[in-house]
Design a protein around this ligand. Structure first.
Ligand code: F0G
Length: 482
């Protein structure tokens, strides 16, 4: 993307790429969309692609690849052991992150499994700027617990704080003093903090965390899955970094971390993941788990074609005109929604546009899953699939009580370089209609509730026939079914 000045003055994000392969998509009539969401148990994870117009569920594994990535995939060197392709990625990791040792894994949560099994013992704590679903699940599975050390600004829907993903350093120190450093398994910092709206942390904040780690002899583990967005925000929002290149910022961040892991379904626009470190001790401890759970050390469960694509994708991530596409489209969408009075997380973050479901549906109690209800309603009226990021994405406590999440968000992810500005405008338009008709939307209740990661497979139903009323109003207003 590039900020090119338009003669007529509008601020339009302008793509620095062109499309050479396309995929046909369909907009099903609203009657079919209603049927489809019922078949999916009002859970957008269970919708089928044939019923989707825009898939804004996630940015994971669905980013557009470049011609150079596709070309590299043809050169992949396949073998169980010793693949040249793996060496290429290892070298690229060394060059960009300055880390000597690289352990491949099939995706981000596999890295979390390996790191948690290695470092989390029963009773231990992992402080984080905020949890992510799978990162928390692995810590808990190994008998540990998560403490979120976010700043007071982090959970405010509307804010001007540029780095809502920062850790509160005073709270971090207090936590370590209260529990003792030996109870801390490691500190986990997440780039582009997913569950609070893709909000970044600053370089300055990471430096402070490093100081605390050095003082108490603690490991700093960096989840770089959403690093691309965070790099863009550091470059554009952190005064002291505005003259640094993306490569320089990346290296500074990497030097502050003991262990970096990432989902290459996000970072590098391919599919896979990995862990890198300069500590031989950490490498040796984790290595056995890679061969046990992932595959041999020179592929770790990934296809060599994807490994080639990651190596090229990481290099392309060092280009500001590549990594700014997502954040600038999201910023455009957020601005349009704010102008229409629709409650949305500000400032605009990375990953996607995050609608505040508690503000949108202030008549739906949290126990009836407002973000889940909004995701279902939005699919019905637009054919767009978003993702619930609220109480449904939490897990009940041991006594079976609901844990109400801090925020109830409908996430509309923006896969990188996939959708056009007219797609974004369509999403804004249908959201605006839905907001004007929000009083029609009701809640959801579980019909089938899995005990672990229930948001993936859980099936729900509406608390009354609000979905039917919504469809009737849509047809009355638009005079047709699309
Ligand atoms: N860390 C962060 C910050 C993530 O956003 C994700 C995945 C993971 C780790 C796990 O990586 O999926 O490759 O196993 N986030 C996806 C999402 C699932 O849709 O937000 P993974």
């Amino acid at each position: 993307m590039s900020m090119v000045k338009f003669f007529y003055g509008d601020n339009v994000p302008l793509e620095m790429h062109k499309t050479r392969i396309v995929q046909k998509i369909y907009l099903q009539p609203i009657e079919r969309r209603l049927q489809a969401i019922r078949e999916a148990g009002y859970n957008t994870f269970l919708l089928k692609n044939k019923d989707l117009f825009l898939d804004m569920l996630t940015d994971s594994g669905v980013n557009a690849m470049s011609d150079k990535q596709q070309a590299a995939m043809l050169e992949a060197d396949d073998s169980y052991a010793g693949s040249e392709t793996f060496t290429k990625l290892e070298e690229k990791i060394k060059e960009i992150f300055g880390k000597e040792y690289f352990l491949p894994a099939h995706q981000g949560r596999a890295c979390e499994n390996i790191i948690s099994q290695t470092y989390v013992k029963p009773g231990m704590i992992v402080p984080m700027n905020y949890h992510f679903t799978t990162s928390k699940a692995h810590v808990v599975l190994n008998g540990g617990s998560v403490e979120e050390i976010f700043t007071d600004e982090a959970l405010k829907i509307t804010s001007e704080q540029p780095f809502k993903g920062n850790m509160d350093i005073d709270k971090l120190r207090d936590l370590i003093k209260t529990n003792g450093a030996d109870k801390i398994a490691f500190i986990r910092l997440e780039a582009g903090t997913n569950l609070i709206g893709g909000q970044p942390h600053s370089l300055e904040n990471m430096r402070e965390i490093r100081k605390v780690c050095d003082e108490y002899g603690l490991l700093l583990v960096y989840d770089a899955s959403l690093l691309a967005d965070n790099l863009y925000f550091i470059k554009t929002r952190e005064e002291q970094c505005k003259d640094m290149s993306i490569r320089e910022i990346t290296r500074e961040l990497a030097d502050l971390a003991d262990i970096i892991y990432f989902s290459a379904r996000k970072l590098g626009c391919a599919r896979g993941g990995g862990i890198c470190t300069n500590s031989r001790d950490a490498y040796l401890k984790m290595r056995e788990l890679v061969t046990l759970y992932e595959g041999f050390l020179t592929y770790g469960g990934m296809s060599v074609r994807e490994i080639e694509a990651i190596a090229v994708g990481l290099e392309e991530t060092m280009d500001i005109n590549m990594i700014n596409q997502g954040p600038q489209f999201i910023e455009y969408m957020v601005k349009e929604l704010v102008e229409r009075g629709i409650p949305v997380v500000t400032p605009a973050g990375g990953l996607g546009c995050h609608i505040d479901a508690m503000g949108f549906l202030d008549h739906v109690p949290q126990t009836e899953y407002p973000a889940g209800a909004l995701a279902a309603a939005f699919y019905i009226v637009s054919g767009i699939r978003g993702m619930e990021r609220g109480t449904l994405s939490e897990q009940r406590d041991e006594a079976g009580n609901e844990i109400l999440s801090h925020m109830e968000l409908l996430r509309l992810a923006m896969p990188r370089r996939v959708y056009s500005l007219s797609h974004v405008k369509y999403a804004v338009d249908r959201l605006t209609w839905l907001y004007e008709n929000r009083h029609l939307i009701g809640g959801l209740k579980f019909v089938e509730e899995p005990s672990v990661l229930r948001f993936f497979f859980g099936r729900l139903e509406t608390t009354n026939d609000w979905d039917v009323k919504l469809v009737e109003k849509f047809k009355a207003d638009f005079g047709e079914s699309l």
